[in-house]
Design a protein around this ligand. Structure first.
Ligand SMILES: *Cc1c(COP(=O)(O)O)cnc(C)c1O
Length: 450
């Protein structure tokens, strides 16, 4: 049986074949709200947000900057409120994400704006709202931010996004000499220094420091340590040249979480202690004052808090070469609510959540209902042989990049997100309906444009 408490949200339990989240049975939630359903453990979310914040303060003391929750991992108005109540910041990278923050009344000074192609309208709105930080990512953008800030009669606080010359993949780091990515200014090529000079020359930009984000689902500290070291060396270069120190350094997100048994979610204290040790040592070596250190966890806050519930619709068994067989279990969602397996070969685990089974387990592929052979949620997992239509499957750790990357492929309605807490449940993002899907269809007569 695939009950693994370290992968399900903190307030989950499993007894007599019944999964419960925050004291509510999965089968009750499915009956009440329908499936597929994202169930977010509200207390778990709030605890993780506060834990990252407390840990940053513990390891950096007065030099602790801001924990910016990466909104792209999952954002809705209610979650923006939880982030605000945890006292941490929010990283948005589009006008749409900013609109959610505004709807939640999120304090502008704790918002950081990312993105490699922010439009004029997005920059103008960010400035109008008074966001705390804009992370600039291109020369075009330095010009745009400066011009729009000037028009608004203000000075924009800016971090420059740097490419420190390392790229973190899931379990490894690659030193990239050419830095062939769309994000950031390369330190090695000299582009980063040119960006510094342009920001310094800009009348309405106030350069606060540097930013780097090295990747996602990272489990070791070495990539962060190399990145921090290179960024601090660059800060020292800035000091040597301008005779002034920059006050902020943002080391990005990417902290790994457990998806399948055997993996372990990264402990905030462990990783931040390692980073702090290197940052403090480097600052001493370079005779730099400790800058404010910020981080941007997304997945590490929301990922483990959410479980997807699916209802099984059909099953079938196919014969494989060599006499083996594989059982397919099709659920009522799929790649439209979880694109990660198709996109990144991401792995998940699953639990029969509505009843006890003593049947033997058999090699199973969990698939969705889309017209696509690649619509696979779990490629191979042992599950009881008697799983049948009407059963409920729970997939844990779907909080990050699940609902946020959901699509309407095949005109599927995107699932609801229900927040559970101490035996109570409330919808924080309702399920789409057919009226939502049809709302964009237009029948109009053509207008002559030439
Ligand atoms: C995606 C992203 C994050 C968050 O990454 P996680 O893996 O969810 O922690 C943080 N910062 C930037 C700039 C990002 O693009």
């Amino acid at each position: 049986m695939n009950w693994s408490p370290e992968i399900f949200s903190i307030n989950s339990s499993y007894q007599d074949g019944q999964l419960s989240i925050a004291g509510i049975k999965a089968s009750t939630l499915a009956k009440e709200f329908g499936t597929p359903l994202f169930v977010i453990d509200e207390n778990d979310f709030r605890v993780r947000a506060s834990t990252w914040n407390a840990s940053l303060e513990r390891h950096f003391g007065g030099a602790a900057g801001t924990v910016y929750y990466a909104g792209k991992s999952f954002l809705c108005v209610e979650v923006a409120k939880w982030i605000n109540e945890a006292g941490i910041g929010l990283d948005v990278c589009t006008g749409g994400e900013l609109a959610v923050a505004q709807q939640a009344g999120f304090p502008a000074e704790r918002i950081e704006v990312h993105g490699n192609n922010k439009s004029e309208a997005e920059i103008a709105e960010a400035l109008r709202y008074g966001v705390g930080t804009i992370v600039v990512d291109s020369f075009h953008e330095i010009e745009r931010v400066n011009r729009l800030a000037k028009a608004a009669g203000m000075s924009a606080k800016v971090l420059i996004r740097l490419t420190p010359g390392i790229e973190a993949h899931t379990h490894e780091f690659i030193a990239t000499a050419h830095e062939d990515v769309k994000f950031g200014f390369s330190i090695a090529s000299g582009a980063a220094w040119k960006a510094v000079e342009e920001c310094e020359a800009a009348s309405n930009i106030s350069l606060m420091g540097f930013h780097a984000h090295i990747g996602s689902q990272i489990f070791t500290s070495d990539g962060f340590e190399i990145s921090a070291t290179r960024l601090l060396e660059f800060m020292a270069k800035y000091r040597d040249h301008f005779n002034r120190e920059l006050p902020e350094l943002d080391l990005g997100g990417g902290y790994g979480i457990a998806y399948v048994p055997g993996e372990q979610t990264l402990d905030p204290d462990q990783i931040l202690l390692a980073i702090a040790t290197v940052v403090k040592h480097q600052c001493k070596e370079l005779e730099l004052a400790l800058p404010k250190i910020s981080i941007e966890p997304g997945r590490a806050i929301v990922g483990p808090t959410t479980t997807t519930l699916y209802e099984v619709g059909t099953t079938k068994t196919v014969s494989l070469e060599g006499g083996a067989s594989r059982r397919y279990v099709a659920v009522d969602g799929g790649m439209s609510d979880n694109i990660r397996p198709a996109l990144y070969d991401a792995e998940y685990t699953a639990l029969l959540a509505n009843r006890k089974s003593t049947a033997t387990e058999t090699s199973t592929r969990i698939v969705g209902k889309h017209c696509e052979s690649g619509d696979i949620i779990i490629r191979d997992i042992d599950l009881p042989l008697d799983i049948d239509a009407g059963d409920l499957l729970a997939i844990p750790a779907t909080g990050a990049y699940g609902r946020s990357m959901a699509s309407n492929y095949n005109h599927m309605t995107r699932p609801a997100m229900v927040a559970v807490n101490a035996g109570s449940a409330r919808i924080i993002l309702r399920r789409e309906n057919f009226a939502d899907l049809l709302a964009l269809d237009v029948q109009e007569s053509a207008r002559k444009l030439s």
